[in-house]
Design a protein around this ligand. Structure first.
Ligand code: ADP
Ligand code: MG
Length: 422
């Protein structure tokens, strides 16, 4: 990414693709904005422009990534909202459904006392900040005349300290107390900052008393943050909603959405592979995707399982779970056990056929994401209890029969192919 031009009060930052844009903007947008204002002594606008890689610089750059109507309106310049985080691109799953519903209710309700404050809590990288911005953006959209302010608790603290140093504490209070919707992210960072907590307590009360909305987030249950009791009890007076880790299907949905946003098609087996191996954190999931896109563009190679594997090894330094299909497993079982494929699908009860079939079912359970039911169906329309029985049987045999155990391990390695061996 590079800075190419500066004209009047606009700084244009050229980036090679949407992912850089997203990343720059979410990680550095605020910092660049405030540094610019400080350096130039006047408010400046940042605009981003996506220039396709390999495009000679003399070429006309792509038009702005943002559609004009999505740009920040002047009245909202100070809201600190990042317009790329919306309800629309917030993928819903069982892990965040309740939080999202509450967030939407807050935006749609005319009753400011409903869920006030709304407190969102959840672990790192699970979408709290995204949801907070989405609330702010939707609220702005429905109430263009209202004032919205998004701020992290660290920034609030910093501003407060600066205001004391410059003898402007009164101005500071005013700034926060005149908003209609105050969003404070990561309130756990107020911990041990007693004067800031006190200031925030008064800000909170003033807003709450005047029927203004407050949205908060924290990375742990409010009672466990270690803030002053009176503040904690205020936080708990509204509604607390939590966001959990996404399940496999939600992780896949998120990856598919991000890859759609990037405009680059990513094969489904790669998506499944990433979703299988990065389980807890959406930020990491997205980071892996960004890295994958960067690798493929730098090395000019296709996005495939092998590349995804390299990327994950770099990120986690660990061996990852392979992705294989049940068909691969049956093909390999047929070869390893010397049994015809049709017999594996079939009804035959010969001992060696049963063993090959059960081993293949066992590996399907271990190496794929298919449910017991779909494994049964795939193996010639069998019941899920047959699959359970097969898995038990194979596990038991592996424990008691060393040779068989080694055979299954070898079978597993062959099925996993280049992915595990790489
Ligand atoms: P947190 O604030 O909880 O640490 P973030 O809101 O910063 O997490 O989320 C990390 C990244 O994951 C962001 O880029 C965000 O857009 C993305 N993300 C999180 N949850 C979702 C979701 N449900 N749908 C789409 N993207 C998500
Ligand atoms: Mg956050």
């Amino acid at each position: 990414m590079k800075q190419l031009s500066e004209a009047q009060d606009i700084l244009t930052i050229k980036v090679p693709n949407q992912f850089f844009y997203d990343w720059m903007r979410s990680h550095y947008g605020e910092i660049i904005q405030s540094t610019l204002a400080e350096v130039s002594g006047r408010p400046m606008r940042i605009e981003y422009s996506i220039v396709l890689e390999d495009q000679p610089s003399a070429n006309q750059p792509e038009p702005f990534f943002e559609k004009p109507e999505q740009r920040i309106r002047p009245g909202h310049l100070e809201s600190n909202l990042n317009e790329q985080f919306t309800f629309n691109n917030f993928v819903e799953g069982p892990n965040n459904q309740f939080a999202k519903a509450a967030a939407e209710a807050v935006v749609n309700s005319n009753d400011n006392n409903l869920y006030n404050p709304l407190l969102v809590y959840g672990g790192v990288g699970l979408g709290k900040t995204h949801l907070l911005h989405a609330i702010g953006n939707a609220y702005c959209q429905f109430n263009p005349q209202k004032r919205v302010l998004y701020i992290s608790s660290e920034k609030f603290t910093l501003d407060f300290i600066t205001s004391i140093r410059e003898n402007k504490a009164g101005l500071f209070s005013l700034r926060y107390r005149k908003v209609d919707l105050l969003i404070v992210d990561d309130v756990q960072f107020f911990k041990k900052k007693e004067r800031t907590q006190e200031e925030f307590f008064h800000t909170f009360n003033e807003l709450h008393m005047n029927g203004k909305r407050i949205i908060l987030s924290t990375d742990r249950p409010p009672g466990e943050i270690g803030l002053q009791k009176r503040l904690t009890s205020r936080f708990l007076a509204g509604l607390t909603v939590d966001i959990h880790s996404p399940d496999f299907e939600t992780r896949v949905a998120i990856l598919r959405q991000k890859s759609e946003e990037s405009g680059i098609e990513i094969p489904y087996d790669v998506v499944e592979y990433l979703a299988t191996n990065i389980e807890s954190n959406i930020r990491e999931l997205q980071g892996a995707l960004i890295r994958l896109l960067a690798y493929s563009s730098l090395a000019k190679s296709d996005i495939n399982l092998e590349l995804a594997h390299k990327v994950l090894m770099d990120i986690t330094g660990k061996m990852t779970k392979p992705i294989v299909s049940m068909e691969d497993i049956i093909n390999q079982a047929s070869e390893s056990f010397g049994i015809k494929k049709d017999d594996i699908y079939g009804k035959g009860r010969k001992q060696e056929v049963v063993l090959a079939r059960q081993s293949a079912m066992y590996l399907s359970k271990e190496l794929t994401h298919n449910s017991l039911k779909s494994i049964g169906l795939f193996f010639g329309g069998r019941d899920h209890s047959t699959v359970i029985h097969a898995c038990k049987n194979i596990k038991k045999k592996m424990e008691t029969d060393d040779i068989f155990n080694a055979e299954i391990k070898a079978f597993t390695r062959r099925v996993s192919g280049p992915i595990l061996r790489a």
